[in-house]
Design a binder for this molecule. Structure first.
Ligand SMILES: C[S@@+](CC[C@H](N)C(=O)[O-])C[C@H]1O[C@@H](n2cnc3c(N)ncnc32)[C@H](O)[C@@H]1O
Length: 200
């Protein structure tokens, strides 16, 4: 689902960008390693700060990225105009990714799956578009944060069938991923890196 006005303002500001650059991306890189080239996909790219980092900090050769909200896509396209040869941005839904099976070496989720009512379908789609052995890098917001009374007043999230860190890890496993690493903060935020299992 799209962000409400308050969360849109939270996402489209320099503090969010600084957090993503200084804490989120370095943490995920430490947990999952760099890409050393290859093709990446970012789901729910927002205004494209993460898309840029996937090239500059993770070392992807190219990044495809999409977001459900066309206004976010316009922002991301403007931000990434200089690297247009290596990036492709479109309006799209993580539950129906417009890419063939086994297209990507890595998929990045900077805090979007908790906005998706059918989040299990989203993980299955991500699994489908990853190459065998490809990596998922995910930063997620957990049920405990979403249901907090103050958060409920300010932000809008799907409220049923939310996940804690163990629940997210279980669905990753069931979708065909093998966990590489996971970390939690305050029971409210979690980071996961996982590998798509090779076919047996
Ligand atoms: C919390 S924001 C994070 C944005 C960006 N990844 C960042 O870290 O700044 C969640 C984003 O997910 C997008 N989104 C929500 N549901 C989506 C879906 N089903 N498919 C793709 N994007 C979605 C929203 O439009 C929003 O831009």
């Amino acid at each position: 689902m799209r962000l409400n006005r308050f969360e849109t303002a939270l996402m489209n500001n320099p503090v969010r960008a600084a957090l993503q650059r200084r804490f989120e991306a370095p943490r995920l890189r430490r947990m999952g390693g760099s890409m050393l080239g290859g093709a990446a996909l970012e789901v729910g790219c927002g205004r494209g700060v993460g898309t840029d980092l996937i090239v500059t900090d993770f070392g992807a050769d190219s990044v495809d990225a999409f977001d459900l909200d066309p206004r976010m896509v316009v922002r991301a396209q403007a931000r990434l105009a200089r690297s247009a040869a290596r990036t492709r941005i479109w309006v799209g839904d993580v539950c129906a990714i417009s890419a063939p099976d086994a297209s990507y070496d890595a998929v990045f989720d900077f805090g979007i799956i908790h906005h998706v009512p059918e989040w299990r379908d989203a993980l299955a789609e991500i699994h489908r578009v990853l190459k065998p052995g490809g990596r998922l890098y995910a930063e997620e917001v957990l049920e405990r944060f979403i249901v907090h009374p103050i958060v409920r007043r300010l932000l809008e999230h799907p409220m049923t069938d939310r996940f804690d860190a163990a629940g997210f890890a279980r669905v990753l496993e069931a979708a065909g991923f093998e966990e590489v690493a996971s970390e939690k903060l305050w029971g409210s935020f979690a980071w996961f890196t996982a590998r798509k299992r090779e076919a047996t």
